[in-house]
Unconditional design. Structure first.
Length: 321
């Protein structure tokens, strides 16, 4: 008897979550924000297609390789910027918007659990993000096959699949953060402002500030070229190496950096290594990428879970006045 009652309660909660998720999905799919961002992603892919098509007809091998690498970098950078914007756009008014419109009290007056509301919104956002990044992933794969001349091997399909999952994860991380601040904020404008400041810090401010901070720690650079000496001095080369290494560590405070490190590694299958004084290109395997970069993925997953769990705990225990 008790087991039967619990099973009915679980079904009731699940039904409530699906009802909320269906309503939120319908609202999101009709949102102009979603279609504007998706259109931008498609335009960027078309722009990359044009650039790489030029590279494919270039007779200069170095120019061709440079443009191909730049095309890959552009795709990763566009998702690193627009993915988080999509997450913020979907989630910044998830709860605060309901408060402002007065609909949250009406929903809670019905036999709807608080956790059904937050879980339903999270589920709807996840579905929209998977759909959007899935379309982007298919475009990336099509670009790779038609323009880059990639064959659909198991390795390449796995790379595209992981790249798409990673794009979903970075977008979901910012969606979770947006929901958290939406729960904490009384106004959607406040939630949006906080999210935009954090996004801008991760995307633009921290990359520039990292070099300034690293330069301040290391001190002024040595002379680039000693008088009467050909080439760049060893001291300057060593200083530049330390500057790049330290600034790279500072940039790891950004979620976007963790995404870009793995995404670029997945899309660029070759690395340059020095063997016996000679530089050669070597294929980097998926195993190497995941063994070296697993902690970047872990940080994105943990951040997403912490934000969702915090949103859930705060919203379920709060009281609407």
């Amino acid at each position: 008897m008790l087991f039967s009652m619990r099973r009915q309660e679980v079904r009731s909660v699940s039904r409530s979550i699906l009802i909320v998720a269906r309503k939120e999905f319908s609202d999101m799919i009709r949102s102009k924000r979603l279609w504007i961002i998706l259109s931008l992603l498609i335009l960027i892919h078309l722009g990359t297609y044009s650039m790489v098509r030029y590279a494919s007809v270039s007779s200069y091998k170095n120019v061709r390789r440079m443009l191909l690498l730049r095309g890959i970098s552009n795709l990763t950078s566009s998702i690193a910027i627009l993915g988080p914007i999509l997450g913020i756009a979907l989630g910044y008014d998830a709860i605060s918007g309901e408060r402002e419109r007065g609909t949250l009290k009406l929903i809670l007056a019905r036999p709807v659990y608080r956790d059904s509301i937050i879980n339903g919104k999270a589920l709807a956002g996840l579905c929209i993000i998977v759909m959007t990044m899935g379309i982007t992933g298919l475009l990336t794969m099509a670009l790779g096959v038609l323009v880059y001349g990639m064959s659909l091997t198991l390795d390449n399909l796995t790379r595209f699949g992981l790249y798409t999952l990673l794009s979903i994860l970075i977008t979901l991380a910012f969606y979770a953060m947006a929901i958290l601040f939406s729960v904490l904020s009384k106004r959607s404008s406040t939630s949006l402002a906080i999210n935009i400041v954090i996004w801008a810090t991760f995307a633009f401010i921290l990359p520039v500030a990292s070099y300034i901070i690293a330069g301040a720690i290391l001190g002024p650079p040595p002379v680039m070229q000693e008088p009467g000496q050909k080439g760049i001095s060893r001291q300057f080369i060593e200083y530049s190496r330390k500057l790049a290494e330290l600034s790279g560590k500072i940039r790891q405070f950004s979620l976007i950096t963790h995404y870009q490190v793995i995404a670029n590694a997945l899309m660029r299958s070759e690395v340059i290594v020095n063997v016996g004084g000679r530089t050669i290109r070597r294929t980097i395997t998926l195993g190497e990428i995941l063994s070296r970069g697993w902690w970047h993925i872990t940080i994105l997953v943990v951040f997403t879970l912490v934000c969702f769990i915090s949103s859930y705990a705060i919203f379920v225990r709060s009281e609407e006045r």
